[in-house]
Design a protein around this ligand. Structure first.
Ligand code: GSH
Length: 215
C-alpha cells in the first residue's frame, strides 16, 4: 500500500500538498473528504484529530501525517523527487521555513477567516474579526512587498516549501483582497509561481468545484 491523500479539491491547504505531490509526480491515491457529512467527518478525525485537511496516509510506513508543513517535509525526506522543498543550507532552510509560516499564518489563515465568514449562519457573522483580518492581510502584503523583516525572505528561483504555501494562499487571498494592481512585486512573484504546471493541474481539478466558493 502506498500514499493516500485525504483532501478536498477546493481546500487551499490541500492545494499546498497537492502542488508538492504534482511537482515530483509522486504516485498517490486520492480520497475526497466531505466534512459536511457527519459520518465522514467523524471517520476523518481518526486521521486528523482536529478535523483539518489534508491528511496523508502512508501505508508503507503504517502512519498518517497531518499538518501541511510536516507532510511536505515528510514527502521531501521519504519520497524525494527532482524538486526538493527545503534547501540543504541551514540558513536558507530557515528563510524558507519563515516564508512558509508567514504565508500560512498571515495570508492563508486570514483569507480563510474572510471567506468562511461568508458561509456562517445568518446572525453569526464576525464583522469585527473580518475587519481585523482584512487589516492584517494588508499588513502582510506590505511585508512581502518590502521583504520585511530584512534578511528573512528567501531570494530563490527554485521551488520550495514556501512557494507551495504561497501559491494557494495568494490565489484565494487575491480573490477577497486583490493585490495585483497595488503590490507589483508580490504580483510578479505570484505570476511566476502560477505558471507552474503543478498549479495548473490543481486548478483544473478544482474547476468543477469553484461554484461552491462563497462569493
Ligand atoms: N495548520 C493546518 C491547517 C489545515 C486547514 O485549516 N485546513 C482546512 C482546509 S483548507 C480545513 O480542514 N478546514 C476545516 C475546518 O476547519 O473545519 C495545516 O497546515 O494542515
Amino acid at each position: 500500500m502506498g500514499l493516500t491523500l485525504h483532501y478536498h479539491p477546493l481546500a487551499s491547504y490541500c492545494w499546498k500538498v497537492l502542488i508538492a505531490l504534482y511537482e515530483n509526480d509522486t504516485p498517490f491515491e486520492s480520497h475526497v473528504v466531505d466534512l459536511m457529512d457527519e459520518a465522514e467527518a467523524k471517520t476523518f478525525r481518526r486521521y486528523s484529530p482536529m478535523g483539518k485537511m489534508p491528511a496523508l496516509q502512508d501505508g508503507a510506513h503504517g502512519r498518517t501525517i497531518v499538518e501541511t508543513s510536516v507532510i511536505i517535509e515528510y514527502l521531501d525526506r521519504h519520497y524525494p523527487g527532482p524538486t526538493r522543498f527545503l534547501p540543504e543550507d541551514p540558513e536558507e532552510a530557515l528563510r524558507v521555513r519563515f516564508a512558509e509560516r508567514f504565508f500560512d499564518f498571515y495570508v492563508q489563515d486570514l483569507m480563510s477567516k474572510i471567506v468562511t465568514d461568508k458561509i456562517r449562519p445568518e446572525g453569526k457573522n464576525d464583522h469585527f474579526g473580518v475587519e481585523k483580518a482584512r487589516a492584517e492581510l494588508a499588513t502582510a502584503y506590505d511585508a512581502v512587498e518590502a521583504r520585511l523583516p530584512q534578511g528573512m525572505w528567501p531570494e530563490r528561483e527554485d521551488f520550495t516549501l514556501a512557494d507551495c504555501a504561497a501559491l494557494p494562499a495568494l490565489f484565494y487571498a487575491g480573490k477577497v483582497q486583490p493585490f495585483a494592481e497595488t503590490y507589483p512585486k508580490l504580483a510578479a512573484y505570484y505570476d511566476r509561481l502560477a505558471r507552474r504546471p503543478s498549479f495548473k493541474r490543481v486548478l483544473d481539478e478544482a474547476e468543477p468545484y469553484f461554484k461552491l466558493f462563497p462569493g
